[in-house]
Ligand binder design. Structure first.
Ligand SMILES: [Zn+2]
Length: 174
């Protein structure tokens, strides 16, 4: 199997609203397997949404906190509380920024066979789920920051204003 190429900030696919999955057959399984392979063999990413490999469909794979999930057509049923923590994204390599999210989310999704499941998670896993689901609506974590906030590249010891990144790839307007 080959790793898929990760779409980077500025690629219009990251700003599209993804379409729901309607068929749970071989083609879907092959796509999820490619996502899983790309995630597990990639640079310490926690999760991957299909738009990040240029497929505008509502699919997320998560390999984080000792858990592995494949979520097709995920929906947040309920969210509560608040937390602020640092996030990064495979589509904005090397960068991280602090984002406000719900502390707990209950999410319903289908597995690769179409079977419905519901899970509830808090803390870092809840951040991960919300971050990935945002990708399905063309939303990036920097969209949830203020334009005059900064993202940091710890390796290079540099910082970039969020507004400068958003000039490369503006927020969706809907
Ligand atoms: Zn991301």
């Amino acid at each position: 199997m080959k790793k898929a190429t990760i779409a980077l900030l500025g690629d219009p696919v990251l700003r599209e609203k993804s379409r729901p999955v309607t068929a749970f057959h071989k083609k879907l399984h092959a796509l999820i397997d490619t996502m899983k392979f790309t995630l597990i063999n990639g640079e310490d990413g926690a999760a991957l949404a299909a738009p990040q490999i240029s497929v505008s469909k509502r699919i997320v794979v998560i390999n984080y906190c000792g858990e592995y999930h494949e979520m097709v057509n995920p929906e947040i049923l309920e969210s509560s509380g608040e937390q602020n923590d640092i996030e990064g994204c495979l589509s904005l390599p090397g960068l991280s920024g602090t984002v406000r999210r719900a502390e707990t989310v209950r999410v319903r999704f289908r597995d690769r066979h179409g079977k419905e499941r519901t899970i509830e998670r808090s803390g870092r896993m809840a951040i991960c789920i919300q971050h990935e689901m945002d990708h399905l609506d063309g939303v990036l974590y920097i969209d949830r920051m203020d334009d005059d906030d900064f993202v940091y590249n710890d390796e290079k010891g540099t910082k970039i204003a969020v507004g400068d990144l958003l000039r490369i790839s503006p927020r969706r307007q809907d």
